[in-house]
Design a protein around this ligand. Structure first.
Ligand SMILES: C[C@@](CO)(OP(=O)(O)O)[C@H](O)COP(=O)(O)OP(=O)(O)OC[C@H]1O[C@@H](n2ccc(N)nc2=O)[C@H](O)[C@@H]1O
Ligand SMILES: Nc1ncnc2c1ncn2[C@@H]1O[C@H](COP(=O)(O)OP(=O)(O)O)[C@@H](O)[C@H]1O
Length: 288
């Protein structure tokens, strides 16, 4: 049995440059992993079957599961005869903008590389991951990175300034495809990606807070106005800066003092069930 951690990501910036002919959007995103993670265990089996076991009823247990797709891809690409039982202990909220499914796929790719002695490099695993979803390559590397293309081209960045991240997810799920589909690229207010990278490279927490930005907020705010309210509440309870992660609806707040973390956490818990106080992981993953 092999255990692999699958951490969630947040988007510190998310910019869309244009809509591509293949119907994806060309993006520029600064992403980082946080220490809220699913736990994946993998057990090789001789009958060739890929089995998904999860206690969470909202996690698909068939070919729709991204971890299933990762195992299928490895089996088909490298002609592997064995199967695998994949147990997913879900901690990351689903359809939340935190890349839970993509991270499960990335952890499965890394785990199977080890379990089946494939000796693939992290770059090869990231390339395989891009076939499953745009966020999977980033999840293979973890840490902090600039993601471009449709999200699959990854340039490593140093760890951001140390701080706390309070995450709050309203009781709604958001479809990534619907949010991208509702975006009007003309007239967008673009985040300053270069300034965000500078903030990270110079370890400047104030500049990082000032550089947060996500163009998808405009779409999700229209669909679900409660997300704006949550951002405002978080700010009122004392977060230094707030942003929606990915396509949402999770909102995160950055805080540099531990005392304020509990105030924000306790304040939000009053009207939002899913609240987490976590740290930025910062460093890149090593292979499983
Ligand atoms: C918005 C982001 C930000 O990190 O994350 P989430 O909110 O999903 O966590 C990502 O761009 C989501 O990546 P991911 O969830 O892997 O998306 P995919 O499965 O590749 O694509 C789902 C759908 O989103 C749209 N899509 C996705 C990526 C992209 N660059 N342009 C798009 O237009 C397409 O309609 C696609 O069919
Ligand atoms: N391992 C998995 N964990 C969670 N959801 C999954 C998984 N595999 C496939 N899905 C499907 O992917 C959809 C998006 O889920 P998720 O990756 O959690 O969100 P997001 O794209 O917002 O980061 C879910 O609605 C779910 O049906």
């Amino acid at each position: 049995m092999l255990y692999v951690k699958a951490p969630a990501k947040i988007n510190l910036t998310l910019d869309v440059l244009y809509k591509r002919p293949d119907n994806y959007h060309e993006v520029e995103m600064v992403m980082t992993t946080v220490d809220l993670a699913d736990r994946i265990s993998l057990e090789s089996r001789e009958d060739g079957v890929i089995e998904i076991i999860s206690t969470d009823n909202f996690v698909p247990n068939d070919h729709r599961n991204f971890a299933y797709q990762a195992a299928r891809l490895i089996k088909d690409t490298y002609g592997i005869r064995q199967g695998v039982s994949i147990t997913i202990e879900k901690e990351i909220p689903i359809a939340a903008g935190l890349a839970g499914g993509s991270s499960d796929a990335a952890a499965t790719l890394k785990g199977l590389n080890e379990l089946w002695n494939l000796n693939l490099s992290i770059d090869e695993l990231a390339e395989l991951g891009a076939k499953i979803g745009s966020d999977v390559s980033f999840c293979v590397y973890g840490g902090t990175a600039l993601a471009t293309g449709r999200g699959e081209k990854i340039q490593e960045l140093p760890a951001p300034p140390s701080c706390w991240v309070v995450l709050a997810k309203p009781k709604i799920g958001v479809s990534t495809a619907e949010v991208y589909g509702g975006l009007k690229v003309e007239g967008l207010e673009h985040p300053n990606t270069k300034q965000m990278i500078q903030a990270i490279e110079t370890d400047n927490y104030e500049l990082l807070c000032a550089s947060l930005g996500n163009v998808l907020e405009t779409v999700t705010f229209k669909l679900h106005p409660e997300v704006i309210m949550l951002k405002e509440q978080m700010r009122r309870f004392g977060a230094d800066a707030t942003l929606m992660s990915g396509s949402g609806p999770t909102v995160f707040g950055l805080v540099d003092s531990e005392a304020r973390v509990s105030r924000i956490y306790n304040g939000l818990r009053g009207f939002c069930e899913e609240v987490y106080a976590v740290r930025i992981l910062g460093e890149r993953n090593t292979l499983a």
